[in-house]
Design a protein around this ligand. Structure first.
Ligand code: PGA
Length: 238
């Protein structure tokens, strides 16, 4: 059990450490409410010169289709993270900006660390319940619950996009290390369903239980690690 601040700092430290250990790391990065604290820490440390992003490659997990520039996840990542770092423009990748995101990720050596949030319906990135487990980057319709959860960034529900483009479940599961972060009691039930219940595409996050190196960090319950029993310190030399 920890606070949102502690959770944010923990995830930020994992990213900073990843970059320190491998300066040309490929990162999969989320948007949403949950990672804001992580980006605040990373931005501060970057402005202080503590993190060198010059060789890092950042891949947004997903983005909206058919929205104005200011509502894109590319804009979000620029505003909350990239603009505070020395990440070169050429190293900022977004699934809307290429025809074959998976090939691009592979060309760069694959994702080293992917940070995920979790939707109230168990989605990861925009992989909504029922998405094929072997899906690569694809366009998708957004569930109404997802649109409602994201409504506060828009004028009204009608303005929230109905479609997005997202890394697929297979794309995410190929990442060498995954950290899923969840904050707040409202995420407790879905985290329990995903990580204590059966593996099912109806709860896309549950597929992470089949991944070789996933950590689930929350501010409301004990951590989960997959494969079960492995500990973060055992896997990452800090
Ligand atoms: P949130 O979104 O961080 O805004 O709760 C998480 C998600 O939908 O993946």
């Amino acid at each position: 059990m920890s606070t949102y601040e502690e959770l944010s700092e923990r995830v930020a430290r994992a990213i900073a450490q990843q970059i320190k250990v491998k300066s040309n790391s490929c990162l999969g990065l989320p948007t949403g409410h949950t990672p804001l604290g992580v980006y605040r820490h990373l931005s501060k440390w970057s402005r202080e010169g503590q993190i060198d992003w010059s060789n890092v490659r950042c891949f947004a997990l997903d983005d909206y289709l058919e929205t104005d520039e200011k509502h894109t996840f590319h804009y979000f990542l620029d505003e909350h993270l990239y603009s505070h770092t020395n990440l070169p423009a050429a190293n900022k990748f977004n699934p809307c900006m290429t025809d074959n995101y998976d090939a691009l990720i592979a060309e760069h050596g694959g994702l080293d660390l992917t940070i995920l949030g979790i939707g109230g319906n168990g989605h990861i990135a925009f992989n909504e319940p029922g998405t094929c487990a072997r899906s690569w980057t694809h366009c998708t319709w957004l569930n109404q619950s997802t649109r409602l959860a994201n409504q506060d960034s828009f004028q009204d529900l009608a303005s929230v996009p109905t479609r997005g483009v997202t890394m697929g479940l297979a794309t995410i599961l190929e990442s060498r290390w995954i950290v899923l972060m969840a904050s707040g009691e409202k995420k407790k039930d879905i985290v329990e369903r995903a990580f204590q219940g059966p593996v099912t595409v109806e709860v896309p996050a549950s597929l992470l239980k089949q991944h070789a190196k996933t950590d689930v960090w929350t501010d409301f319950s004990a951590d989960y690690s997959f494969p079960s029993g492995a500990t973060q310190t055992a896997r990452v030399s800090l």
